[in-house]
Write a protein that binds this ligand. Structure first.
Ligand SMILES: [Zn+2]
Ligand SMILES: [Zn+2]
Length: 300
């Protein structure tokens, strides 16, 4: 957990620091690590959300692309795995730690695919109040050119890849990626492996949708499935079940206080997640902030 804490604190830095000498030093120091997942499939961990990469005869297929500042390092990491710049690029959602490299890879010729709400969110100015983050409208090259509503398939590198939209979970445009033959899933930010997640309530996210998204993945996974979470280490179905169960307890305990007429401040003061903190509270979202996120999504 200690390593996770460090990684995830660093993960928020780009949202909090403005450009400058320190920021450059920061990006220079980031390393991209490739974790083997299955034949030809890797998880790249650098700065921001985990990237899934499939390398094979049809070209490189990437799932997410981290921050814009990471594009050169990601390209180098893919090259090291004998892959080319992505031919197809999928966005699990619009956040800058997952889709920040779109403009770069779009200009390199990647065909960007995502749920239609990802394109809509990228097209306009967006903010995440909690992190004081503002995203200007993205240029044309950064926008998905293939969008879907509920699900679609890609047939690449010998696999049938099922893309499934999960409604109002981490945002309003999340989708999970299922390599049906390799038995590998990328869950995007509907799954933070080992710690409280961020939920973007301003973008239509909510804890009920997070739980439903986890259940969708749990239903299609088995004990051999490798699951790439949006953040945290490569996971198993059991890890995801534990995360889902944590969300269920959080929802139940906070709902009980809301039903009792408690205000946000009273809910936070009641420490409704005391039983979960030891195991889940060591990540990058402090418990009180996490309670506030869940509360704000539930009373909306
Ligand atoms: Zn993320
Ligand atoms: Zn996110």
């Amino acid at each position: 957990m200690k390593i996770l804490k460090k990684t995830l604190s660093a993960c928020l830095l780009p949202l909090l620091i403005s450009a400058g000498a320190n920021a450059n030093d920061h990006w220079d120091s980031v390393e991209v690590k490739a974790v083997p997942v299955s034949d030809g499939i890797y998880m790249l961990m650098g700065e921001g959300g985990n990237i899934g990469v499939s390398i094979g005869e049809d070209g490189t297929f990437a799932i997410d692309d981290q921050y814009a500042q990471m594009s050169a390092k990601i390209t180098a990491a893919i090259k090291k795995l004998s892959g080319d710049s992505p031919k197809f690029l999928f966005n699990t959602h619009w956040h800058g730690d997952h889709a920040g490299g779109n403009e770069h890879f779009g200009k390199q010729g990647a065909i960007i695919v995502a749920h239609e709400n990802v394109r809509e969110s990228l097209k306009v100015e967006k903010s995440i109040k909690l992190f004081n983050m503002h995203k200007p409208p993205s240029p044309k090259e950064a926008l998905p050119v293939v969008t879907f509503q509920s699900e679609m398939n890609l047939h690449l590198n010998g696999d049938d890849i099922h893309l499934v939209h999960v409604a109002n979970a981490h945002t309003d445009g999340d989708a999970i990626v299922h390599f049906t033959k390799a038995n590998v899933i990328h869950a995007g930010d509907t799954f933070f492996n080992g710690f409280y997640p961020f939920i973007d309530v301003d973008s239509g996210g909510g804890i009920a949708g997070m739980i439903a998204a986890c259940d969708t993945v749990i239903t299609i996974a088995n004990d051999q499935t490798k699951i790439m979470p949006g953040h945290g280490p490569l996971a198993s179905k059991a890890d995801l079940v534990a995360f889902r169960d944590m969300l269920v307890v959080a929802e139940k305990n906070i709902q009980a206080l809301i039903t009792a007429g408690k205000s946000e401040a009273e809910v936070i003061a009641a420490k409704p997640l005391a039983e979960l903190d030891k195991e889940w509270g060591d990540g990058f979202i402090p418990t009180d902030v996490w309670v506030k996120i869940v509360y704000s999504g539930m009373v909306k």
